[in-house]
Write a protein that binds this ligand. Structure first.
Ligand SMILES: N[C@@H](CCC(=O)N[C@@H](CS)C(=O)NCC(=O)O)C(=O)O
Length: 234
């Protein structure tokens, strides 16, 4: 069964600037499933969001649905043996990063002018050169609306950053001295934690939140451990 991963990929020093796409490719590697990367475009079904995976004739959208479906199809054993409490902890960490910290990340990268001045050159790469400015300005309007609709975008930047710092510190408290979030070996949730920590600590970020992430030895060590385990060939 061949797997195609449709993701937002640009020339950058991480496989994707999209945390959901980086989560997906990291999970595929953890699960030992080989895949071919394809360029995602906004119209791709089923949800109009990246990533999307094609397995045979089936198109699957949403990283969590993809994990669930491929776990079944490929008999993936990554999460076998976890206790109910460990599964619950993993879910809570995943939800925190994907449904809350994500919007603070969007706010920091897309809506803070000093970061945007650099970040738009990363995001604009798939568009023809002459259209990059209008294309990225259009994308930015969509992100502004999404962050406002979620609610974080209605707060002062300092408050958004303080909440995001609290999220990261909470995940680091769960990690503690363990090499991976739930113990000695990486599990599915580590794909999310790695993707977020790698992107949050990337040098492109500026301001209190990015600086806080880059100042956490445990976060940086975790990113390096996962990179060595999963991405050493890339
Ligand atoms: N719940 C989805 C979220 C995916 C998501 O938000 N992807 C972003 C890229 S990081 C996207 O496609 N945004 C475009 C849009 O919202 O229209 C998942 O887990 O895959």
């Amino acid at each position: 069964m061949s797997v195609e991963l449709y993701q937002f990929a640009v020339d950058w020093d991480l496989p994707s600037p999209s945390p959901f796409c980086l989560k997906m490719s990291t999970w595929l590697r953890l699960a030992g499933i080989s895949y071919e990367v394809k360029a995602w475009t906004p119209g791709i079904a089923p949800h109009g969001k990246a990533p999307v995976v094609r397995v045979g004739d089936d198109w699957i959208g949403d990283s969590s649905c993809i994990v669930e479906s491929l776990t079944e199809r490929f008999s993936v054993t990554l999460d076998e043996g976890l206790s109910p409490a460990q599964r619950a902890t993993g879910l809570l960490v995943q939800r925190t990063l994907e449904e809350h910290t994500y919007f603070a990340l969007l706010n920091d990268r897309w809506l803070v002018d000093e970061v945007w001045a650099t970040y738009r050159d990363v995001i604009g790469q798939p568009a023809p050169r002459a259209l990059r400015r209008p294309f990225t300005a259009w994308l930015r309007r969509g992100v502004r609306a999404a962050v406002r609709a979620q609610g974080l975008g209605r707060h002062e930047l300092s408050e958004v950053r303080a909440r995001a710092i609290a999220d990261v510190d909470a995940v680091l408290a769960v990690l503690g001295d363990q090499p991976f979030l739930l113990g000695e070996e990486p599990r599915s949730v580590d794909a999310t934690v790695y993707a977020w920590f790698a992107i949050l600590s990337h040098p492109i970020g500026q301001g209190a939140f990015a600086e806080h992430c880059r100042a956490q030895p445990a976060l940086l060590a975790y990113v390096e451990r996962m990179r060595e385990r999963v991405w050493s060939d890339a």
